[in-house]
Design a protein around this ligand. Structure first.
Ligand code: SAH
Length: 204
């Protein structure tokens, strides 16, 4: 699809897409399959779009930025908090061994599962639940990506992260957050702020 090529080229030019394997993950993953029919014409515009239940699929530049920052590796087991449409999980699935994606809304879990099935992705498990507690059943994770706005980085996430593991989360209030990257080390948590962002809030 021409639109997708253009979007990927723009994300490369603007520096959001940096590594060849992440570029390939974007090319191999049709975003239109993760968007309800009525907004599909806008699938390759760089903007968030409604996916129902007041939730949104993140803008492609944000997915690109977060995917690059997570430093995905082929051996990784990743936890995503906020499954939504399943698109971010689909992108990660091309880059890592296994993705566990937890989503609090049952209708969105069904939506994401159907989308992932249609695209033929088999290494993502969508789980219905409250991701603020992580997903202890499959711990520890190499990486954790939170895609809903969280007031804080919960201990449960850090506890479920491997040593040297990376966690990425939009931390802040309901209208504005900062994208925080945390690396768990023997000396404690290394934190870096990657700037402002806007995500829908985490709900319990
Ligand atoms: N990553 C998604 C977009 C996420 S939007 C995508 O690629 O489409 C944020 C999602 O977080 C919403 O679907 C919302 O329902 C979900 N969410 C909110 N609170 C949550 C919680 N406590 N646990 C898991 N998911 C949650």
């Amino acid at each position: 699809m021409r639109d997708k090529k253009e979007l990927v080229q723009n994300l490369k030019n603007s520096g959001y897409l940096k590594t060849q394997k992440v570029v390939k993950a974007f090319i191999d993953t049709p975003r239109d399959d993760f968007i309800p029919k009525k907004s599909r014409d806008y699938a390759y515009a760089d903007q968030p779009l409604p996916i129902g239940k007041g939730q949104t699929i993140s803008a492609p530049h944000m997915v690109a930025m977060m995917t690059e920052l997570l430093e995905p590796e082929a051996k990784d087991k990743v936890l995503e908090v906020g499954g939504g449409s399943g698109y971010q999980a689909a992108i990660l699935s091309r880059l890592v061994k296994k993705v566990y994606s937890i989503e609090v809304d049952p209708e969105l879990v069904s939506f994401a599962k159907a989308n992932l099935r249609r695209v033929g992705i088999k290494n993502v498990e969508m789980i219905l639940g409250d991701g603020s507690k992580g997903y202890p059943k499959e711990k520890p994770y190499d990486k954790i990506m939170v895609t809903c706005a969280t007031p804080e980085i919960f201990d449960s996430w850090i506890n479920q992260l491997k040593m040297r593991g990376v966690l990425l989360a939009p931390v802040g209030g309901g209208f504005y957050q900062e994208l925080i990257k945390v690396r768990k080390t023997k000396k404690g948590l290394e934190q870096r702020n990657h700037g402002g962002c806007v995500f829908v809030p985490l709900r319990h």
